[in-house]
Design a protein around this ligand. Structure first.
Ligand SMILES: [Zn+2]
Length: 65
């Protein structure tokens, strides 16, 4: 299991997908959603909404649960 390079938390598939989507598709180190939100100076809920949007549109980075 990968860990967030910002805070060390265990990462979910959504965290990994979000790092790829928002930072770099080829990323090999990942951030959790909280650290991504901090990085982009947005609310965590903003990132979560984007993830749900991409999931609803069939983005392969965010498999349906
Ligand atoms: Zn983190």
């Amino acid at each position: 299991m990968s860990k967030c390079i910002g805070c060390g938390r265990d990462l979910s598939n959504d965290d990994i997908g979000a790092t790829k989507k928002f930072i770099n598709r080829g990323a090999t180190e990942f951030y959790c959603i909280d650290c991504l939100a901090e990085h982009f100076k947005v609310e965590r809920s903003f990132i979560e909404e984007k993830i749900e949007y991409f999931r609803a549109h069939g983005c392969t980075l965010f498999p349906k649960k």
